[in-house]
Design a protein around this ligand. Structure first.
Ligand SMILES: *[C@@H]1O[C@H](CO)[C@@H](O)[C@H](O)[C@H]1NC(C)=O
Ligand SMILES: *[C@@H]1O[C@H](CO)[C@@H](O)[C@H](O)[C@H]1NC(C)=O
Ligand SMILES: [Zn+2]
Length: 410
């Protein structure tokens, strides 16, 4: 009796180890591509984006969820670094501040070329895998970063942006955010305004992934229906397991399934368990649920490391991904499904986004007259002087109102 008990314990321990070993051997070939990491925001807060100081050295950086040894231990082979600027920059210096966050990501790649390789295509990600580098991509978190301008959108694309989250925690003049569904913000576009639809179409044309983390359910549905390419949720979990409005409800998961889109699961305790505490196993429950409703091809990882203050026991930093993959193997996920979660699902979406795009083509002219964009603090010279355009009394009033609004921001 006693011997057989010992034997069982031994089997259990060995099995536990073998799941992690299997996870590691899969990840050596197919590393993680994570959808959202806020290290650039930490670099701004902690070091004012000065990367050459001793404490800012990413090989020894402490007190963050992310540094180079942890990325290596976690088999992270690709990362969308977040170029995030807070909502209070909207209609102020959002564009400049976004450019500065994109710049700090480029400088990370230049300062640590042994580790980071800045890439802008799905082929670039696979090439970085082969060279043992962390493929580094830019996700811009919040539509306020384009300041209601397709010209800015296009320029951010040229600077390397490969996803744009349509909103952060605030409405833009053209898309609504999740706080609307919570009742703590007012619906404005009820999905996407006509200009918001143009933004989505232009993102399709350029080959920028549409990210629906942080948007309202109406905006999720509008974008899922309009986009010619699959979309992503770069860091969102399942609403039916934790009813935060930041999470994705089941009816939207159905649309994710039918469009071959992707939900990259967020590890933030408050979105995982709706409590201050959470566990790795509860994160795996979210992966299981999204797989059940939308299929394993729609599941990915978007840990939100360095953007949140509470993380599950067992997923404390970016070195812990292999433990989560071991848990999926323990739950009988097949090797193909696991490789999908790790990076193949994201690479499929990215490739499809590239296939429907035609970034070389000259774009159409701006479809919505610039002076009809509310919330835009644009100085009018140049535009109003264009031939054949005369300021109407109504437009004059709008301009006056905009001027007063902009002055009130000073
Ligand atoms: C970071 O520290 C390592 C180890 O001390 C050193 O080799 C490397 O040159 C430093 N990198 C930068 C960019 O300061
Ligand atoms: C996994 O599969 C094995 C063998 O088919 C089965 O015994 C076990 O209950 C399954 N585990 C889970 C968590 O589904
Ligand atoms: Zn976020």
């Amino acid at each position: 009796m006693r011997t057989s008990l010992w034997l069982w314990a031994l089997v259990a321990v060995c099995a536990a180890d073998s799941f992690r070993d299997r996870a590691v051997s899969i990840m050596e070939e197919t590393p993680v591509v994570d959808g959202h990491n806020d290290l650039p925001w930490q670099l701004l807060k902690l070091f004012n984006n000065q990367l050459r100081g001793e404490r800012a050295n990413l090989t020894v950086l402490t007190g963050t969820h992310t540094n180079i040894p942890k990325l290596r231990a976690g088999f992270v082979g690709g990362q969308f670094w977040s170029a995030y600027v807070p909502c209070d920059t909207q209609n102020k210096d959002a564009v400049k501040r976004t450019l500065e966050q994109m710049d700090v990501i480029h400088r990370m790649c230049q300062l640590y070329p042994e580790t980071f390789q800045c890439v802008t295509s799905s082929a670039g990600v696979r090439k970085a895998f082969q060279e043992g580098k962390v493929a580094s991509m830019i996700g811009v978190e919040g539509g306020h970063s384009i300041d209601s301008s397709l010209g800015v959108l296009r320029t951010l694309y040229h600077l390397g942006m490969r996803y744009l989250t349509l909103t952060h925690n605030c409405n833009t003049p053209w898309a609504d955010n999740w706080l609307v569904d919570r009742g703590s913000d007012e619906a404005r576009s009820h999905g996407l305004s006509p200009f918001g639809q143009q933004v989505v179409k232009e993102m399709n044309r350029l080959g920028v992934m549409i990210d629906l983390a942080h948007v309202s359910v109406a905006t999720m549905k509008a974008a899922l229906q309009l986009s010619k390419a699959p979309v992503i949720f770069s860091h969102s979990s399942a609403y039916s397991l934790c009813d935060s409005r930041r999470n994705v409800p089941d009816d939207v998961l159905q649309l994710v399934k039918s469009t071959h889109s992707l939900v990259m699961v967020n590890f933030y305790n408050d979105f995982v368990s709706c409590k201050e505490e959470a566990t790795l196993s509860q994160v795996a429950n979210h992966l299981d649920h999204i797989k059940k409703v939308a299929g394993a091809e729609s599941v990915g990882l978007g840990g939100d490391f360095d953007g949140v203050e509470r993380l599950p026991v067992g997923l404390e930093d970016v070195s812990k991904y292999p433990d989560l993959i071991a848990e999926l193997l323990r739950r009988n996920w097949t090797e193909t499904e696991v490789r999908g979660v790790l990076s193949e699902n994201l690479l499929r979406v990215f490739l499809r986004v590239e296939e429907v795009s035609s970034p070389q083509q000259a774009p159409d002219d701006e479809p919505i007259p610039l002076d009809q964009l509310d919330g835009s603090c644009r100085t009018q010279y140049g535009y109003s002087a264009a031939p054949g355009l005369h300021l109407q009394p109504g437009a004059l009033l709008t301009s006056l109102a905009t001027l007063i609004f902009c002055l009130s921001l000073l």
